[in-house]
Design a protein around this ligand. Structure first.
Ligand SMILES: *Cc1c(COP(=O)(O)O)cnc(C)c1O
Length: 426
């Protein structure tokens, strides 16, 4: 029998570091169980799947909102249908629309920029720093009087450097939205991401930290932004339940404006009550796994470079970012590790979000390319190299998803596989 060379890369016919792929990267979904099933069944059995009325209303969305308010330390949380919806609701809560510009990081999921367009505003892009999150030092470069807000996006479990972002926003009297879609549970200097800016938005889509398949939430400290968010998400209404719960008593004749429907269903709310209850446990487990992997890899590979974090204590550990020296190295590293059954990836096709063709070419579903057709005093121009650090870093930062259901043997196989690949290739 031919001897299998354990040190040979799987890519070149060696034995893979793992016999099977890692568990799927859905932290909340992979720990779903009987509890979520019972919660959802309760709503069906009560025949009351709508949050504001029904024969036996269980108030599950309200229960989820209360949990978020208590744990995040905010007075107002609002369940909505998705984080894309939450972003539009947040922008409308802040009064942002046609003729306004919003600063978006150059590395984020397309939804962050897409929601700005859905709100009839135009995204402009700031560069990232070594954390791959928005670089506070680049805000001044893109700032002008037409900019009304910054959307800070802590991607893949690491916070943005919020202090300088908040200071910049204050200095220029603009708003900060935190898009926490990928980083539910992240903290910065002891405060939860989402509860630091003017408005925070969350995603409960399956790929995020906790999930009901779809869903989202808006949180804020401001009664004014809350009321506007609640109205925009519900056809301009502020329902009696929400008025009572928050002690709001506006004059409907003058306060109402035209809204949409982004209401969360009771089934989603019920599942999210259970998932929210699991968040701390999921985060603690991911953090422990992340710490173990990073320490073990640093010991094996002293020259390995990791993603920078402005507050490592607050990271949730959902992904381990490894920085290679070049895009070519990142590609080779990714291919070799995937062959070892250790699934890793670079983000978003290894390019900044503004290089997605529909954004780069400002193509919308509207006539005359509305809202990009606004006659801005300072025209919005996108160029390939406008955020050079994003172009460089996004192509050479490789992410390993860190699942909460990894066993100790999985962790050791990951360390062995990465060590083998790294030592062989570089
Ligand atoms: C996934 C994601 C969104 C959109 O969330 P949905 O709930 O799918 O609408 C927004 N922003 C970021 C950064 C995301 O990763």
């Amino acid at each position: 029998m031919e001897k299998v060379d354990l040190e040979k890369l799987a890519l070149n016919g060696g034995a893979p570091a793992r016999s099977k792929p890692l568990p799927p990267n859905y932290p909340g979904a992979v720990v779903m169980g009987e509890e979520e099933a019972a919660q959802a069944a309760q709503i069906i059995k009560a025949q009351s799947p709508f949050r504001f009325y029904g024969p036996d209303l269980r108030n599950s969305v309200t229960a989820m909102e209360r949990m978020m308010e208590k744990d995040l330390g905010v007075p107002y949380a609002l369940g909505v249908t998705s984080c894309t919806a939450a972003l539009v609701v947040a922008l409308k809560a802040l009064g942002i629309g046609y003729g306004d510009k919003v600063i978006v990081p150059s590395v984020t999921f397309i939804a962050t920029a897409g929601a700005v367009v859905a709100a009839n505003a135009v995204p402009i892009f700031a560069d990232v720093d070594d954390s791959l999150n928005i670089d506070p030092a680049d805000l001044e470069r893109v700032m002008d009087e037409e900019v009304k807000a910054i959307i800070a996006v802590p991607i893949l479990g690491t916070s943005c450097d919020m202090d300088p972002i908040m200071a910049f926003a204050k200095k220029h009297s603009i708003h900060v939205i935190e898009d926490v879609a990928q980083s539910c549970g992240v903290r910065y200097k002891g405060r939860y991401a989402g509860a630091i800016g003017d408005v925070g938005v969350f995603s409960f889509q399956m790929n995020k930290i906790i999930t009901a398949g779809e869903g989202g939430a808006v949180v804020t400290h401001s009664p004014e932004f809350y009321e506007r968010a609640a109205r925009y998400h519900d056809q301009g209404l502020l329902r009696p339940q929400l008025k009572e719960r928050h002690g709001l008593n506006p004059d409907e004749e003058t306060a109402a404006f035209i809204g949409q429907n982004y209401r969360m269903s009771e089934i989603t709310g019920a599942v999210m009550v259970e998932q929210w209850g699991r968040l701390n446990g999921i985060v603690q487990t991911m953090r422990n796994h992340h710490r173990y992997l990073k320490q073990a890899l640093a010991a094996e590979l002293p020259d390995m470079k990791f993603r920078y974090s402005p507050d490592e204590q607050g990271d949730i550990g959902s992904n381990l970012g490894i920085l290679l020296d070049s895009a070519e190295q990142a590609k080779a590293f990714t291919e070799a590790l995937n062959a070892e059954n250790i699934g890793v990836h670079t983000l978003y096709g290894s390019r900044p979000v503004y290089m997605v063709p529909q954004i780069f070419n400002k193509r919308t579903a509207e006539k005359d390319n509305f809202p990009f057709n606004y006659p801005f005093k300072n025209p919005v121009v996108y160029t390939e190299d406008m955020c050079p650090r994003a172009v460089d870093l996004v192509a050479r930062m490789v992410f390993l998803p860190v699942s909460p259901v990894l066993a100790p043997s999985d962790l050791d196989e990951i360390v062995q596989g990465i060590t083998k690949v790294y030592k062989t290739l570089f």
